[in-house]
Design a protein around this ligand. Structure first.
Ligand code: AMP
Ligand code: MG
Length: 427
């Protein structure tokens, strides 16, 4: 490649910057919390009450006055009179006074007067649990073998969350634990950013639907499926527009169908490379403001980007691996912005190469690789043949090893950066 050619090519970061400049977080909507998983919260969540709402026992045992157990031991237990029983889910009017105890279950409210819970294992009921004594249902007394500090095995009201506290800020990504916290606060519905509806359009006369019989000269439309799966994986809703044939009417009609469904973004595949019959370029150019780029990356050099009637459109290359790698670098971050996410970068690790990788392209080379961990360090081997049509090179990969534009060779034993395909972005 000549120096001029390199200069004309758009650096990956520049292409991404231009794409991100045209996307915005989508508006908020109310969602039941189970539909809010992995989405971005659009409101501040304040606790209306303490969690736990009342002091309760962390153990099955006896609620006591800690001072009654001072100096207790196996040889000289503190003997207390049992005045009642309290189970989880119930309250009681029992009051523990000096010399008495209440049998209590985990999660049950600590009765008035008591300031500690001694677990069964530290009483003579513990022996019964181990089968050494008869069942103690009728017992009236309990022998405590250990001294209890005040608050032992007591979960204080509000020790997890205090009433009035902000527990989740707007912008938080809701994971399973946040969903659980919302439930514990009695919030069935929250405000989250809307999921992007992403139209997927495959183009090409050579494409067969995946259920059609094979025919000479034709291939299956795999991109629609890998793209739709990526859209789902990254929190969007795929709107499949099917295959547009390489003619103006069909392509226009399919794009129109997407616009009519009020999609937030279009993803097309194929028809944007230099040698291509110009239908895709012509139609996209006539329907909106489009740029047809040569990005300085491999695979994935051709890329179209712009808007169709104000809706962002990313035109991915047709080769299955190029389409997926370009999706990762450009579509995924754009979708994440729409979802209100801040973290846009895939996690990376530094890897030691287990084999040589050369890069004569002068472009950033996203090498499909298998990254493994040995003794606390990461190592990478390539998935073999790296052709941009070889989808199995992606199937075997869990990472993309990134060889910089101007690096022609990285030898076995040297290090490189790997984007981990299956790891989520972190905030
Ligand atoms: P193009 O970008 O049109 O030059 O296409 C590059 C390569 O990708 C060609 O071999 C196409 O047949 C192939 N291709 C295009 N669209 C798809 C698709 N939807 N699924 C699988 N392969 C495709
Ligand atoms: Mg084509």
């Amino acid at each position: 490649m000549s120096g001029d050619e390199k200069k004309r090519m758009l650096p990956v970061e520049e292409a991404l910057k231009q794409i991100l400049a045209l996307v915005r977080p989508l508006d908020l909507e109310s969602a039941p919390i189970l539909d809010a998983l992995n989405r971005v919260l659009g409101e501040e969540i304040r606790a209306e009450y303490d969690i736990p709402p009342f002091a309760n026992s962390a153990m099955d045992g006896y609620a006591v006055l800690a001072s009654d157990t001072a100096g207790a031991s196996q040889e000289a237990p503190a003997t207390l009179r049992i005045i009642g029983n309290v189970a989880a889910g119930y309250t009681s009017d029992l009051v523990v006074t000096s010399g008495t105890a209440v049998r209590i279950m985990t999660g049950a409210p600590v009765p008035a007067g008591a300031d500690a819970v001694v677990r069964f294992e530290d009483t003579d009921e513990g022996r019964r649990l181990q089968g050494e004594m008869d069942a103690g249902r009728e017992r009236t007394e309990i022998a405590v073998y250990v001294p209890a500090e005040p608050r032992l095995n007591v979960r204080e009201a509000g020790e997890d969350v205090r009433a009035g506290e902000v527990v989740l800020a707007a912008g938080a990504v809701l994971r399973s634990q946040e969903i659980g916290l919302l439930a514990s606060l009695g919030r069935p519905i929250v405000q989250v950013h809307r999921k992007p509806r992403v139209a997927i359009l495959a183009t090409g006369d050579e494409l067969l639907e995946i259920t059609e019989p094979m025919r000479p000269g034709k291939i299956r439309n795999s991109n629609e499926y890998s793209n739709a799966a990526l859209v789902q994986l990254y929190g969007g809703v795929p709107v499949r527009l099917g295959i547009a044939r390489d003619n103006v009417e069909d392509l226009k009609g399919k794009l129109r169908a997407g616009l009519d469904q009020h999609v937030d973004m279009f993803i097309t595949s194929a028809g944007v490379s230099v040698g291509d019959y110009d239908v895709v370029k012509e139609v996209l150019g006539s329907m909106g403001q489009m740029n047809f780029w040569q990005v300085r990356m491999k695979p994935g050099k051709p890329l179209a980007f712009g808007t169709i009637e104000g809706v962002p459109l990313i035109g991915l290359p047709g080769n299955p691996v190029s389409a997926m790698v370009s999706f990762e670098q450009f579509v995924r971050p754009a979708m994440r912005v729409m979802q209100g996410r801040i973290a846009l970068q895939k996690q990376t690790v530094t890897v030691t190469l287990d084999e040589d990788i050369s890069n004569k392209s002068g472009r950033r080379h996203f090498t499909r690789a298998i990254v493994t961990e040995r003794d606390g360090a990461y190592y990478a081997t390539t998935t073999g043949e790296q052709g941009s049509g070889i989808l199995t090179s992606m199937v075997r990969a869990n990472a993309l090893v990134v060889i910089p534009e101007d690096v022609r060779h990285v030898a076995k034993g040297e290090s490189a950066t790997a984007q981990m395909l299956d790891w989520p972005e972190i905030e």
